[in-house]
Design a protein around this ligand. Structure first.
Ligand code: MTE
Length: 321
């Protein structure tokens, strides 16, 4: 397949790592001193630009890469960033690219709570410091019968969950997106009951294919694709892959989710890609690969059946669509 190339960076633009780290330590030290002087006894303020500079430096390393889309060609970066579903910015595919500059991503933190021994709100820079990043090339199949092949950068969700020690009552994992109607114009209309919510069963969440993505095409996540951190579950319809995650809650009972709440006939909780179960308004047997002409057959579990079919061995997937 035609591999993409990362944009070339001139040698002169690259700060030697030792110098860069020395400078970072110095900046961190002086920021800390200034903060301590100004705010005695106050909560430690989060520094703007802490996660972007950390992520940039991690992306300079060569990351392990796994191709999980066979030899299918990558969708162009342009298509991946201009043809999006991100209803927080409007319902047209072009809306996210036009309006997503309004998404405020820095500083960013994620609250991990519920059925865990170590609940906390954690700054994105601290998450990035703890996680090993890698590249995963996955197909993404939208419920609207189009698909893309995307080179994500991220880490397995299970590594993050493990750090917080799920209890034996953690049966499901619920995710919530940012709620900020001042900047997210779509949230001023009640298309769904905001904030956007999705959920997985705990074994789905702990599956090694389930990724928290922080970038694509070797760069930090573009806003329209769910900056700064989003879920990617490659064997499920795209609506499960929630963007701009601010909360992860582990719970005992199966929760409701935004789309199943809005229209349970059309959007099931499981939402596994299944060419044999049609959406009430169109077939799911075929899909249009963005950037190509014609249609291709949709694969069971989006082609990831060898890895995930066991999770559903005892279930009727026509009932649990
Ligand atoms: N997450 C939020 N918060 N809001 C959304 O509207 N759309 C979903 C999913 N995650 C959506 C979301 C749908 S329907 C799809 S197909 C994918 O995001 C699209 O991801 P992409 O734009 O990166 O291709």
């Amino acid at each position: 397949m035609g591999r993409y190339r990362y944009p070339a960076i001139a040698e002169s633009e690259v700060t030697p790592r030792a110098l860069f780290e020395q400078r970072r330590r110095f900046l961190a030290g002086s920021a800390a001193l200034a903060a301590a002087a100004l705010l005695p006894g106050a909560l430690w303020p989060r520094r703007a630009n802490a996660w972007p500079s950390l992520l940039e430096s991690r992306l300079e390393d060569s990351l392990p890469s796994r191709e999980m889309a066979g030899d299918e060609a990558l969708t162009s970066r342009r298509d991946i960033t201009t043809y999006n579903n991100f209803y927080e910015f409007g319902t047209r595919k072009s809306d996210p690219d036009v309006y997503a500059h309004r998404l405020v991503t820095d500083p960013w933190s994620v609250t991990i709570e519920g059925e865990v021994n170590k609940a906390r709100s954690v700054a994105l820079e601290d998450i990035l410091r703890d996680m090993d990043l890698e590249e995963r090339i996955y197909r993404l199949r939208c419920v609207e019968a189009w698909s893309m092949v995307i080179p994500w950068i991220g880490f397995p969700l299970r590594d993050l969950l493990a750090l917080h020690e799920p209890t034996s009552d953690a049966n499901y994992v619920v995710f919530e997106s940012l709620y900020d109607p001042d900047n997210l114009r779509g949230q001023r209309r009640s298309i769904i009951d905001w904030p956007y919510r999705e959920a997985l069963r705990i074994d789905e969440a702990m599956h090694p294919l389930t990724l928290m993505a922080v970038g694509l095409y070797g760069e930090p996540m573009p806003n329209q694709n769910g900056a700064p951190i989003r879920l990617v579950v490659p064997w499920k319809y795209g609506f499960k892959s929630i963007k701009s995650v601010v909360k992860i809650r582990l719970v005992k009972e199966r929760p409701t989710t935004s789309w199943t709440e809005q229209n349970p006939e059309e959007y099931g909780f499981y939402a596994n890609v299944n060419p044999r179960v049609d959406h009430p308004r169109w077939t799911q047997a075929r899909e249009r690969r963005i950037g190509e002409s014609g249609r291709r057959e949709t694969l069971m579990f989006n082609g990831y059946g060898d890895e995930v079919a066991d999770l559903y061995a005892d279930m009727d997937l026509e009932t649990h669509y």
